[in-house]
Design a protein around this ligand. Structure first.
Ligand code: GAL
Length: 980
């Protein structure tokens, strides 16, 4: 039934169910054949009407927890947008022989009423759940008229308060099904795997005339015929290859009744809980998962198979092995793709009542008997629709719905219906009715305490005995690592815990993709809208932009970090090479291990390693390849090792890297880049001296201030403590660690204002200079500048020492804080303002992407180059981006040619600075709410940072871990400048 339907939008009316109708129109007149819809519009089905009509049909609304209507369950406001849909269709001739005709809706938000040929068929609800109506009595040969009236709000909206856009409409397929005599009303083939053999336990719903019925699995030589329902029984399928996310082996099967043939793809696998282990086919499962919403910048939740497949392929390429279908069943085809490509799935029911939490969960449907049937209906429809998929290993009751008897009833229904899959629900903190222990955003020490046997520490919401009960179950993080904007940090810390404590079974990053909706400014500039961009009365801003993939599909640096942390092989490069498989079920036959050596980032030698076949979990130590020595003048010799696919797969081409690692093999202590002659120190400190140089090599100065480098205008260095706050810097999620001992419970740290508020209060974004002293001669210059904010006594002195020696122009900048600084800093560095017209840069340092102290795993040392626009990430809300750690040498390109080269040296502690090259200052970036609001660039900004603060997950979770937080300190930057 998909296609163009007639459509009109009506405002709601008192009483809720019936819309305000045009004058003289009877309430159900649209159902009648003769009704004149010639004045209506056309709307595609499936669609969300708010994403069509350029605003004529209303706009999308984004809220996280908040209900966008008064909380008065089960009532919703009279003003309830109502979409009337009409479609005429000719009944296909071959429907004539049907015994019955069904009308199926795969998804309609949120409540709808259906008529066929003037006959009222029924009412549907459960937006992301399928519903079938028997329309045999109403359908007729020839032309038919299908009418659907959809109300945006309904009692069901109280159960569908997921953190996402509210998008009304018939947004999934509508299908008319001719059902034959002897039909198969339901088929469930449970396919277990034990010790190399598969078994099939069929459960068939069919009338007596459907028999005889034959099950065939040709590849396994299975062919069984049952002559009546009583004969249907389990069979041994013989030796099979099991299904896993790594080796998604499927067997085609058919079940043929007298009336029809159903096709299934069988995957044999057994999910079980053994003590505190979650096992599939006897092996511990570790989720490297993503929370996946259905979201598309133009279509909203309307499914597009090519798009969804591309998304899943991208996941596979980035070592994602699992999906939690947050927070509702996806389009049914998605699960076929997961079966085929290989992803473990936690299939979640369409349920969230989060908006009741701010009211202390009063009237929460999860615990109110009046809602019991509604909740049971939801879980039944969830399980029944998808139970045949081998990829689904857990059922999830829903998300953030508090706790209560109705959730317990849902769990017990699932236990009765499908004992082959454990039940998950995070909100069951005490573990009263769920099979696995699940939490979201538990900080690192808390997660460790969950994993440890010797920790008696009380768990969230648990008594001592409940804590013990939860520790006796497998644990998973249904959400962790909030990927909003630039972040998250600490992925590696969580991974270490999962390696250390077998009770911990990994987790699911929040979340896969930004939910931005493509829209335009009044001037026609296209951008990805978030909450507040559509005139919402209440909204939650850019909290819906928290994906590892941007709205336009670009993987963010955090996804690269994830891929590295979740890599299926752990490779250690030391005197020997150690390779450890972290795979669940596949060996390493599909992988080749290669190496390459680089001297200062230049390729030196490469080859393949002779690595024996590795069984899952096996490890091996092999000799390092013989490497040439460091060439003359080079400073560093690095060995890179990669595990690459030998042959193409469904999701990557041959050569695709599954895992990479790097080790420093040799360093020349006297390599030029690392040689620092001490700066001549000027004993004089007071006043503005005379005799200041105008020119030092490629630099020109005026009154001690730099005005030109390599022939182009350049200003700086200016002290830079401020970064454009990240979403995590702006978050107050779990308080801050600075105010608490993170190793002690409660681990959620002390409530504290977000870092950006504390930084602003301290004036880090508005520090002003005063030159304290300047002195110099023909070969050196020293300038001391004190930087401080209005009404503050706190200062940082920026002490510049410039000098010329036989190697050219050097600059050492000492940054010296005054006493009294008592807060974490965003960054500690300096800024140079370069001319506009910078094309980009090449560098020897870490790359290719940005990195921060708690997100360094994907950064490797090498030579890289990038255009200016590629050096920062287009986060939905502009924020700090582009820092590349451990810079050795940077060459800036201007007008197509290398213009300026900056070499760095390590400070006394051996630390190298990082750099950021961007068209905008941190202050400009901070002021923009969307990328298109950034002002035209007036200079190219080069930040050289002695240190940066970490990223953390505090937008919705833990603060930056103390070891990666930037405590106030002195620093020294060592730089050399030369024309490119
Ligand atoms: C969780 C919730 C998700 C999302 C996330 C924050 O609490 O389950 O749906 O809201 O926080 O982005």
């Amino acid at each position: 039934m998909n296609g163009d339907w007639r459509f009109r939008l009506l405002p709601g009316a008192p009483g809720g169910a019936v819309a305000v109708l045009p004058d003289g129109e009877a309430p159900d007149a649209i159902a009648e054949d003769g009704f004149d819809d010639s004045g209506w519009d056309e709307l595609p089905v499936p669609s969300h009407w708010v994403l069509h009509g350029g605003g004529r049909y209303g706009r999308p609304i984004y809220t996280n927890v908040q209900f966008p209507f008064p909380i008065e369950p089960p009532f919703v406001p009279d003003d309830n947008p109502t979409g009337d849909h009409r479609r005429r269709f000719a009944l296909p001739a071959d429907f004539a022989g049907a015994e019955s005709v069904l009308l199926r809706f795969d998804g309609v938000e949120s409540r709808y009423r259906v008529w066929l040929n003037g006959v009222e068929i029924g009412i549907g609800s459960g937006s992301r759940l399928a519903q079938e109506f028997d329309v045999t009595h109403a359908v007729r040969p020839g032309e038919n008229l299908l009418v659907v009236r959809v109300h945006q709000w309904s009692a069901a909206s109280y159960l569908e308060d997921q953190d996402q856009w509210w998008l009304p409409g018939i947004f999934r397929d509508v299908t008319l099904l001719a059902r034959p005599a002897g039909a198969l009303d339901d088929v469930w083939l449970r396919t277990d795997y034990h010790a190399g053999r598969g078994s099939i336990r069929p459960e068939i719903v069919a009338a007596d005339d459907a028999y005889p019925m034959t099950l065939r699995v040709p590849e396994l030589g299975v062919e069984v015929t049952w002559h009546s329902a009583s004969e249907v029984s389990g069979i041994d399928a013989g030796p099979v290859q099991p299904w896993s996310a790594e080796l998604p082996r499927l067997y085609d099967a058919t079940v043929a009744s007298t009336g029809e043939t159903v096709r299934l793809r069988l995957g044999f696998r057994t999910v079980e809980i053994a003590g505190d282990r979650l096992l599939v086919n006897g092996e511990r499962l570790v989720f490297h998962g993503m929370n996946r919403h259905e979201t598309h910048p133009d279509r909203g939740r309307v499914f597009d198979e090519d798009w969804a497949r591309a998304d899943l392929l991208l996941m596979k390429r980035f070592n994602v092995n699992a999906i939690r279908t947050s927070h509702y069943p996806p389009h049914p085809r998605l699960l076929d793709l997961a079966d085929e490509l290989g992803l473990w799935v936690i299939l979640e029911c369409d349920l969230e009542t989060h908006g009741f939490e701010p009211g202390g969960w009063r009237d929460n449907p999860s615990d109110d008997p009046a809602w019991r049937e509604a909740l049971l209906d939801r879980i039944e429809r969830t399980v029944e629709r998808d139970k045949n998929h081998p990829s689904i290993v857990l059922w999830s009751l829903g998300n953030e719905s508090g706790t209560g008897q109705n959730l317990a009833a849902m769990a017990s229904w699932v236990h009765g219906r499908d004992p082959g899959r454990p039940v998950h629900y995070e909100g069951d903190y005490a573990g009263a009715y769920t099979d696995v222990y699940s939490r979201m955003y538990s900080p690192v020490p808390e997660t460790a305490s969950i994993g440890r046997d010797d920790s008696g520490a009380l768990l969230l919401g648990c008594s001592a005995s409940e804590s013990a009960r939860q520790r006796s179950k497998p644990f998973l993080l249904c959400e962790y690592a909030h990927a909003m904007g630039n972040g998250p940090g600490a992925l590696d810390q969580y991974e270490e815990l999962v390696e250390r404590y077998p009770r911990l079974h990994g987790g699911f990053v929040w979340e896969w993709r930004d939910h931005g909706l493509r829209t335009r400014t009044a001037d026609g500039i296209e951008f990805f809208g978030y909450g507040g961009d559509f005139g919402e009365v209440v909204h939650d801003g850019n909290f819906v932009m928290d994906g590892m993939v941007l709205s336009d599909g670009t993987p963010t640096p955090s996804l690269h970090e994830f891929a590295q942390v979740a890599a299926p092989f752990a490779i250690e490069v030391a005197d020997m090479l150690t390779i450890r498989s972290r795979r669940h079920s596949a060996d390493s036959a599909d992988v080749v291990f290669s190496w390459s050596a680089e001297a200062d980032g230049e390729p030196l030698a490469s080859g393949e390693l002779d690595v024996p076949l590795l069984a899952p979990h096996a490890s091996v130590t092999v000799a390092r390849p013989a490497l040439p020595g460091l060439p003359d003048g080079a400073g560093e010799l690095w060995l890179n090792v990669a595990a690459r696919l030998v042959a193409p797969t469904a999701w990557a081409s041959a050569g695709h890297p599954l895992a990479t690692a790097q080790g420093l093999i040799a360093r020349a202590p006297d390599a030029p880049a690392l040689r620092w002659s001490p700066a001549p120190r000027d004993p004089a400190t007071g006043g503005l001296g005379s005799g200041l140089p105008d020119v030092l090599g490629p630099a020109r100065f005026e009154a001690g201030r730099l005005v030109e480098l390599a022939g182009e205008p350049v200003r700086g260095p200016r002290l830079a403590l401020w970064r454009a706050p990240t979403d995590n810097d702006r978050g107050s999620g779990f308080g801050s660690y600075q105010d608490a001992d993170p190793t002690l419970p409660p681990w959620r740290a002390t409530p504290a204002p977000p870092w950006d508020a504390r930084w602003r209060a301290a004036g880090l974004d508005r520090m002003v200079p005063r030159v304290v002293s300047a002195s110099g001669s023909a070969s050196w210059l020293r300038v001391r500048t004190r930087w401080a904010a209005a009404n503050s006594r706190l200062a940082v002195v920026c002490d510049e020492h410039w000098w010329l020696d036989e190697r050219g122009l050097a600059l050492v900048v000492d940054l010296e804080p005054s006493t009294g600084w008592d807060l974490i800093w965003p960054r500690l560095g300096v800024r140079f303002d370069l001319p506009t017209g910078i094309d980009g840069a090449s560098w020897f340092g870490t790359g290719p992407l940005e990195s921060y102290p708690d997100s360094l795993q994907a950064a490797r040392v090498g030579r890289f180059s990038a255009a200016l626009g590629e050096l920062t990430v287009g986060y939905a809300r502009p924020q700090e981006s582009g820092h590349r750690s451990d810079l050795r040498s940077l060459t800036v390109r201007r007008s197509g040619a290398d213009w300026l080269r900056i070499d760095t040296g390590p400070d006394a502690a051996g630390r190298l600075p990082g750099f950021t090259l961007t068209p905008h200052t941190a202050e400009e970036v901070d002021r923009a709410a969307h990328p298109h609001e950034l002002p035209p660039s007036t200079a190219t900004r080069l930040y050289l940072d002695a240190a940066q603060h970490g990223l953390g997950s505090r937008a919705c979770g833990p603060d930056v871990w103390p070891a990666q937080a930037l405590a106030p300190r002195a620093a020294s930057l060592r730089l050399r400048f030369a024309p490119g």
